[in-house]
Design a protein. Structure first.
Length: 158
């Protein structure tokens, strides 16, 4: 019997403490609930080096907990190797997309498909706005967008 092909997704935002850890946790829970988590490598990272080693924002963790999801993520910066080892690099806004495309050129032989996570949103909200300077409601909006996008992404890749 042939081994099942593993797929991989890296979720990316500016600092890897708000949006991308929420997306990572949401996608991991969906893949777990669907019984396919063992077929995925799932992680998140930052375009910047500002928060390396930090835990996700407390408001984001509280939002996830409210929805029955835990996260033990530690912020990290996207590396050249990520462009080679991940199938999909899904980012939150145009600034992330521009920076990832720039870094991908430096990685040379990377084959990751770089796109906006919001491109999977059935409600067509392309940009997932940074809630860092916002309220708990802004984190909830990010969560809801991530749920819609991750659900569509998982369905397209199952």
């Amino acid at each position: 019997m042939a081994a099942t092909q593993t797929k991989s997704a890296l979720f990316v935002c500016l600092g890897n403490i708000c949006r991308s850890p929420i997306a990572e946790a949401v996608f991991r829970k969906m893949a777990t609930d669907a019984g396919v988590v063992d077929k995925w490598v799932i992680d998140s990272g930052a375009t910047s080096d500002w928060n390396i080693g930090s835990s996700p924002d407390a408001r984001g963790l509280a939002c996830l907990r409210m929805h029955g999801i835990e996260s033990r993520h530690s912020a990290r910066q996207v590396t050249k190797e990520d462009f080679k080892s991940f199938d999909y690099i899904l980012c939150m806004d145009e600034s992330n997309l521009t920076e990832l495309n720039r870094k991908a050129k430096l990685a040379k032989d990377g084959e990751a498909k770089i796109e906006l996570l919001g491109s999977y949103d059935p409600q067509k909200q392309l940009i997932i706005k940074d809630p860092y300077y916002g309220s708990d409601e802004d984190f909830e909006k990010v969560y809801e967008q991530c749920v819609r996008c991750c659900k569509a992404f998982l369905e397209m890749n199952s």
